[in-house]
Design a protein. Structure first.
Length: 158
């Protein structure tokens, strides 16, 4: 008699789901997939205003404290470095140069942290010696903080 072979389906069906990601991380990944679908539907000639309106809509959804920070940060970045294009990145407001993310705003609510952050990608030219910060905690924005952000963003795109 021949031995019956088990189908691949029956042997892989017993695998457990990987539980290493938090609900917030899974939501961010789903946001990114949705962003890519929207971008593909809009095509390469998509209007810059569409991407900016998406960013402003995402900021408007944030809790009041984060929304205030996000709105002010958006205004500061747009005014100081108009060459950066606003767009969503993993469900967060981000700013890109030549299609590559340079910096992003992460609300405290996004991953249930105690403060919002302004983060910079490896595309940002902030290198300073052998070690430099790539994210900054934000609890409020003073005039001095805004001036520092302007300097950092300008240096990041230089």
């Amino acid at each position: 008699m021949k031995d019956k072979q088990k189908s691949a389906k029956s042997t892989t069906g017993t695998r457990k789901r990987y539980e290493g990601f938090t609900d917030e991380e899974r939501a961010a990944m789903k946001d990114r997939v949705q962003e890519q679908k929207v971008s593909a539907r809009r095509g390469p000639r998509a209007d810059q205003a569409d991407a900016e309106s998406d960013v402003l809509a995402k900021i408007a959804e944030m809790p009041e404290t984060d929304r205030t920070l996000g709105e002010r940060l958006h205004a500061v970045i747009k005014a100081s470095v108009p060459a950066l294009s606003p767009r969503l990145w993993y469900g967060m407001p981000a700013y890109a140069k030549n299609g590559k993310i340079v910096c992003h705003f992460q609300s405290a609510q996004k991953f249930k942290t105690r403060y919002a952050t302004l983060g910079f990608s490896d595309e940002a030219h902030l290198d300073e010696g052998a070690m430099w910060p790539t994210a900054f905690a934000l609890t409020k924005l003073t005039a001095a903080d805004e001036a520092r952000i302007v300097a950092l963003v300008k240096k990041a795109v230089s």
